[in-house]
Ligand binder design. Structure first.
Ligand SMILES: Nc1nc2c(ncn2[C@@H]2O[C@H](COP(=O)(O)OP(=O)(O)O)[C@@H](O)[C@H]2O)c(=O)[nH]1
Ligand SMILES: [Mg+2]
Length: 284
């Protein structure tokens, strides 16, 4: 069950510095998509109160809305988030798992573009304009890569690095494509892309793999951009290498048997949240 509480959008609060090119310059043509898109940032959280001040301080000013999708944190994550950003939209997701949190957050998002961001300080919000720029330049789905030239990671033990490499190779063998990274949480996409993805089985850390493979399978224009992953600031990772690695592996083998939702029927897309109210997610 998911409940959503929202207030005024950030865009209403202050001057919007558009992510589109300055007037006079030609915006790249993207069929039926805005050249001055609104951007929703979806942040799944589980006990990240101490990391939020750092993360929020690095968010670009021109974000339309920030959605915190909290998985029953027992610290004061939600209070800290609201103190830092009174306009934030909070989604209460009772199901366990980062994937469940992201699904609920996507359902609450109303911007043209959705950016996925971690709350532990490892994904740098100041990279968001690079993701948006790649979407404006024609991509449907942009994935961060720690292994493209210019990318890096300080938050990956050697065995996770090895596992990620093995999964990248497996995906190349099964589905083609030229991904250089797979299990990384920094992605951005046009919100209409949710119609092409079936995510409701992806409650855990396999969700990024699932999205990446499904984007490839749906023949979306997928672009990788270099990204620098930083060390988690406070606390410890919730990822359990072997059980979660197993979920990623099973996803790679089973994801292509999933039905692609018919346009407009994706369960991940909900109606826009009404300001200042609490709602339950559709179907819960
Ligand atoms: N809503 C929700 N978020 C989660 C859950 N587990 C992890 N997250 C968030 O997902 C992001 C990545 O998780 P993290 O533990 O850092 O995993 P790692 O980056 O793979 O080591 C962080 O923002 C976490 O707070 C969960 O069960 N529910
Ligand atoms: Mg992390």
């Amino acid at each position: 069950m998911t409940a959503i509480e929202g207030t005024q959008h950030l865009r209403d609060r202050e001057t919007v510095v558009s992510l589109s090119p300055p007037s006079g310059e030609q915006a790249p043509a993207v069929a039926a998509r805005s050249s001055a898109p609104t951007v929703s940032v979806v942040i799944p959280t589980l006990n990240e109160a101490r990391n939020l001040p750092h993360v929020f301080s690095r968010l670009p000013r021109d974000i339309y809305e920030v959605i915190l999708s909290d998985g029953r944190s027992t610290d004061n994550t939600i209070d800290v988030a609201r103190a830092l950003m009174p306009e934030i939209i909070v989604v209460h997701e009772e199901r366990r798992g980062k994937g469940a949190g992201l699904q609920a957050g996507f359902g609450a998002a109303t911007g043209d573009i959705i950016v996925m961001l971690d709350a532990d300080g490892s994904t740098d919000p100041s990279e968001i304009p690079g993701f948006v720029g790649a979407l404006l330049a024609g991509a449907d789905f942009v994935k961060g890569s720690r292994f493209l030239q210019g990318g890096s990671t300080q938050d990956m033990e050697w065995y996770r690095r090895l596992g990620n490499w093995g999964f990248v190779k497996l995906v190349q063998l099964r589905f083609g494509g030229r991904f250089t990274d797979l299990c990384y949480g920094y992605n951005a996409f046009w919100r209409d892309v949710l119609d092409r993805l079936s995510l409701e089985q992806d409650d855990g850390f396999e969700i990024e793999t699932s999205m990446n493979v499904q984007a490839l399978r749906a023949k979306l224009v997928v672009r990788e951009i270099a990204s620098n992953e930083h060390r988690r600031i406070h606390g410890t990772s919730n990822l359990r290498t072997f059980p979660d690695g197993w979920r990623v592996l099973s996803t790679i083998f089973t994801v292509d048997s999933r039905k692609v939702p018919a346009p407009g029927t994706s369960p991940t897309r909900l109606a826009a949240p009404t300001s200042g109210t609490t709602r339950k997610a559709a179907g819960s």
